[in-house]
Design a protein around this ligand. Sequence first.
Ligand SMILES: [Zn+2]
Length: 91
Amino acid sequence: MRRSNGAKIREIMRERGNACVYCGIGMWIAYDGCKRNDRMATLDHVIPKAIGGSNHNSNLVLACYRCNYERGSMAQAEFIDRRLALGEKEG
Ligand SMILES: [Zn+2]
């Protein structure tokens, strides 16, 4: 059975709230036909699917569109380190 990302995002948001795991921004769920927005919630795989990560909720986090886009194929730990390094520079 095929499930849309929207349903999955809603499910995880109910469990864990709507803050982006990387930047903490409050996100909203995209609806059909809406414009892309930095605060749009996206599903992010902790272990990328490309290297065998599962689609189970335990391997999924919610990230805002901007963080997901910035992370790209970077490992999650690497992205978090990079964000922290950038934060230290800015602060
Ligand atoms: Zn974010």
